[in-house]
Design a protein around this ligand. Structure first.
Ligand code: NOJ
Length: 763
């Protein structure tokens, strides 16, 4: 294939008499190869490489192929099978210079096999499991001819009103940064040029998760210290792990849209961080510079974007339309275009496409007979990862695990919800291949008469919400209602519950409620489902809530009513089996929250690692002049890092190897972890550090390390963490990254609040 391709290039070049046919192309030398290729390209061909189009029903395929053959398109997204992409690559091979296309897609949490949503993956605190989900996704996507994904999404989110909280890894910088690196390595494998790897493009650069008020696409205004300290490190971690691409955020940052932000894209990303990869705008973002009010018209928008270092424009036509005129008028320079083209070609080179444009497309005779074949799925991996991501929030009177011979009532609009099981951004996943909770529980309960089912409620009775949710899915209605009135559904459920030993209610959000553009003002479970929960509670039967949702919800009342609560997020293709594994005790839950659960929307933001303040809340009766909302209890409902197990763990004998640390030294922090319960189980031991006094106010604590540890019933183990000066560094007011001598508190806990503490001095 390699020879063929080179030969094709020679013939094509020779026929256009641009290059002496004897000149060898230095394919093995990336820079020389690209320089050489660029010397053959016309301006139009260069600008063509900067165009990334979405394949949708609106654009006839024949026209697309014509455009590709004319050298007017560099890559596509949303075409996701080999038979779809092969004719486009064929068209590229008919173009004058035979520059291969790349094919992109949003492979966010699985491709054909859907893994738990990213927020759920983070809840596993299990880097191997998370990595496995990314590796499987890459293999499946590459086998479907995809070269690059717009992932991982590592936007720190501390405002659960933001619907895209579901797509990220939570509120914490350290945890998200760790996962960012793991995901990039998982997608890209040993090299992005391998046939079973896809290139990662980290997004959304930058700070998208901090949109004001949690309202999607809103502005971001943030101090430089907060930016550097809390929000930028995960993108940096992805880039340090070798991410080949970056997707640029739709939001503005301190008054300048990211897409026109030369500081962000050139000074920080390329100069400071040394990024050499591909920068892609988000959907239509160049055009949106006009709406942001920083560009008069399309011409100015294109100029701002290319000057800022946006290489490829996603789904708008402004580069094609405006760059030639801008160049002619001297408003941009040739090098502005050339830099962008070079980065596109370099990414294609790194994806292995110049060596073999059909690397992931393969031969037609090898195409899968059935794209959706069961045999193409990785169910065992999905089930294992899913069960590791479930978080047990409450388990009063050992309501869980359920007895396999108990009579169980399953109720709720999410009990039989194959679409919702997948969560949003479900790539090429098919709802019909999802295991629902009903399916999963049916497989465990031998005597089918012992599983009673009633729907009990619709997702929501709010017509406005319903219309919105159904507008989000073009193919089919997302949310299908039972047309019977709410009280009829509840009565039916309550009646059926009379025969049950225990009630399991699958409640929460439909997947579209936690999606792009799905910001909420209210984080309650929709009222119609709350009515159901109240009615179920009134039966007096033990009540287990299985929550499905893509963000922290406010579940104060439900936490009081329920005997047990299992947070399952949207747990993917094998979700129903994974949840059943936990409900019936075949797997002992080990997940921990990667986000804080607020008691109410009014408390937001509630992230655990906030800065110290002059008047921290001190309980008092009546209240006092300390930082609090006087009308509610202070503090979260469930803190960051929280999650129970069917066994019990204790921590004791915390010790530091020294009370001092010098700049080149190491300190050992240890603690005895004991499984004091009756079951084997896993938990996450978390290490937090507080810089007590600094030149700037520091957070009350910050996660610096963790270990997920398995212990047999009764077993104990000393857990060690190494602390070095690096763990103590932060960005000071001059944005200098350094540690400052003084006192540090080290806290170790099984969540962020219930900790044991020791101190040391950095000399
Ligand atoms: C818009 C979203 O913001 C982005 O995350 C996604 O990658 C693109 N659309 C392409 O689907």
């Amino acid at each position: 294939m390699k020879k063929l391709c080179l030969l094709g290039l020679f013939v094509s070049l020779a026929s256009h008499q641009v290059l002496a046919a004897t000149t060898p192309l230095p394919l093995e030398n990336k820079d020389a190869f690209i320089t050489h290729l660029m010397s053959q390209m016309t301006l139009d061909e260069k600008i063509g490489q900067l165009r990334l189009i979405s394949i949708g029903p609106e654009m006839p395929r024949e026209l697309i192929r014509k455009e590709i053959a004319a050298g007017n398109i560099g890559g596509t997204f949303n075409s996701i099978t080999r038979p779809e992409n092969r004719p486009m690559q064929d068209a590229a091979m008919r173009s004058r210079l035979k520059i291969p296309m790349f094919f992109a897609y949003d492979v966010i949490h699985g491709h054909r096999t859907i893994f738990p949503i990213p927020l759920a993956l983070a809840s596993s605190w299990d880097m191997d499991a998370i990595g496995q989900s990314g590796r499987v996704a890459a293999k499946e996507a590459a086998a479907d001819s995809l070269d690059i994904t717009f992932a991982p999404m590592v936007d720190i989110s501390r405002d659960p009103r933001w619907g895209r909280s579901s797509e990220g890894f939570g509120e914490d910088t350290y945890l998200t940064s760790r996962i960012a690196g793991v995901m990039v390595r998982a997608y890209q494998g040993a090299t992005p040029s391998a046939a079973d790897s896809i290139m990662a493009s980290v997004k959304h650069f930058a700070l998208y998760g901090a949109v004001e008020g949690g309202r999607d696409y809103n502005t971001v205004d943030m101090s430089p210290v907060k930016m550097y300290q809390d929000y930028l490190p995960p993108y940096r971690a992805a880039i340090d792990a070798g991410a080949g691409g970056v997707m640029v955020a739709l939001n503005s940052i301190n008054g300048i849209p990211a897409t026109a932000n030369t500081w962000l894209m050139n000074d920080l990303l390329r100069k400071d961080w040394g990024f050499k990869g591909l920068a892609v705008s988000d959907h239509g973002a160049i055009f949106e510079l006009i709406k942001h009010g920083v560009a008069r018209d399309g011409r100015e928008a294109a100029k701002l974007a290319i000057k800022a270092g946006i290489d490829m424009s996603m789904n708008d036509t402004l580069y094609g339309k405006e760059l030639p005129g801008l160049l002619k008028a001297g408003e941009i320079e040739q090098k502005d275009i050339d830099n962008a083209v070079r980065e596109v070609l370099a990414a294609k080179y790194d994806m292995g496409l110049f060596k073999d444009p059909y690397l992931r497309i393969g031969k037609a005779e090898d195409d899968p007979a059935d794209t959706y074949a069961e045999s193409r799925l990785h169910r065992a991996e999905a089930r294992e990862v899913a069960r590791r991501s479930l978080v047990l929030l409450k388990n009063q009177n050992e309501t869980l695990p359920l007895k396999k011979d108990a009579k169980v009532m399953l109720v709720g609009p999410l009990a039989k919800a194959p679409i919702d099981m997948m969560g949003s951004w479900a790539a090429a996943g098919k709802p019909a291949q999802s295991v629902t909770l009903f399916d999963g529980m049916s497989s465990v309960i031998g005597d089918k008469a012992n599983l009673i089912y009633a729907r009990g409620a619709n997702i929501t009775s709010d017509k406005r919400s319903l219309d919105y949710l159904n507008f989000l899915n073009f193919d089919a209605p997302e949310v299908v209602d039972d047309p019977r009135p709410a009280n009829v559904l509840i009565d039916e459920a309550v009646k059926a519950a009379k025969d049950a030993d225990v009630i399991v209610a699958a409640v929460g959000e439909s997947r579209g409620m936690s999606h792009e553009s799905s910001s909420r003002t209210d984080l309650n479970i929709p009222e119609t489902q709350r009515e159901l929960i109240r009615a179920l509670k009134a039966t007096g039967k033990p009540l287990v809530l299985v929550l499905m949702n893509g963000r922290p919800l406010t579940i104060l009342e439900e936490n009081q009513s329920a005997d047990a609560i299992l947070e399952t997020w949207f747990s993917g293709t094998e979700g129903g089996n994974a949840i059943a594994d936990v409900l019936f005790g075949d797997y002992n839950p080990s997940g921990k929250l990667p986000v804080t659960f607020p008691r109410s929307v009014g408390q937001i933001p509630t992230y655990y690692n906030h800065l110290s303040i002059g008047r921290p809340f001190t309980p008092g009766k009546p209240g006092n002049y300390t930082s609090q909302y006087f009308d509610d209890t202070t503090g979260p409902l469930f803190p960051f890092g929280y999650g129970l197990s069917y066994t019990q763990f204790t921590l004791s004998d915390m010790a530091l190897s020294s009370t001092t640390l010098n700049a080149t030294g190491k300190l050992d922090a240890s603690v005895m972890l004991k499984n004091t319960g009756k079951r084997d189980g896993e938990t996450v031991v978390q290490l937090y550090i507080q810089d007590v006094t600094g030149s700037m106010i520091r957070p009350v604590k910050e996660l610096k390390n963790f270990q997920k540890i398995m212990l047999k019933a009764g077993e104990q183990k000393v857990v060690h963490f190494t602390i070095t000066e690096d763990d103590l560094k932060f960005y000071n007011a001059q944005l200098k990254y350094a540690a400052e001598p003084g006192k540090f508190n080290v806290q170790i806990g099984l969540d962020s609040q219930d900790v044991t503490q020791q101190s040391f001095e950095l000399l």
